[in-house]
Write a protein that binds this ligand. Structure first.
Ligand code: ADP
Length: 185
């Protein structure tokens, strides 16, 4: 599914983010940038050892922020490591921190001149952020960006399983204008 905005397009699809041919692939990392399971493990495995070497040099990344490394063997130019909040019930600033993940990643893309970027569903795996709420936060930030800013011009949400894809598809409608076209592919 694809939607066009003033400054670019948003695509929602099911897939493996490691296969994406975009300028920047976003990793749902941990604050130590130490690698792990889930999408983090998949990206490190696909990119090869240079990714971990670069992460070690950076030393870490605070929750809600994003840092860039090269992308090793991946087709992308950069991996953006963003650190989502661990869900603690919702009263510990988790929503703001999750929004900040997407905001800082998009700002970094603008600084580096990345024209296309692929996001996974940050924090909804091991970090247990409730899926519907996370989808609304992610798409709120991304659609606002595409209505007001550029680059990146092409933003892809690459969702790993049907439940996650459905949650993002359901959340998208609230951010579209009446009559705004959704292209189904
Ligand atoms: P977090 O620790 O931020 O919750 P996880 O990696 O545990 O991160 O999960 C985040 C999301 O990434 C989940 O929806 C998970 O299914 C998904 N995911 C796992 N592997 C991949 C992959 N190769 N490509 C895209 N998404 C993936």
């Amino acid at each position: 599914m694809k939607v066009n905005f003033e400054h670019g397009c948003l695509e929602l699809l099911r897939g493996d983010i490691c296969q994406e041919k975009v300028d920047a692939i976003v990793n749902a990392a941990n604050a130590a940038l130490a690698g792990g399971g889930g999408v983090d493990g998949a990206i490190h495995a696909a990119a090869g050892p240079t990714l971990m070497e670069e992460c070690r040099l950076l030393g870490g990344c605070p929750t809600g922020e994003t840092v860039a490394t090269g992308a090793g063997r991946l087709a992308a130019k950069w991996v953006f490591h963003t650190v989502g909040p661990i869900w603690q019930g919702g009263d510990s600033g988790e929503s703001k921190l999750l929004a900040s993940c997407y905001q800082t990643a998009l700002a970094l893309a603008g600084q580096l001149g990345a024209e296309s970027i692929a996001f996974p569903s940050v924090a909804t795996g091991v970090y247990r952020f409730p899926l519907a709420a996370a989808a609304a936060i992610a798409l709120g930030v991304i659609t606002r960006h595409l209505k007001t800013n550029s680059p990146p011009f092409r933003i892809r949400m690459v969702l790993f399983d049907p439940t996650t894809l459905a949650a993002y598809q359901n959340a998208l409608g609230q951010f579209l204008d009446p009559g705004q076209a959704i292209v189904i592919n």
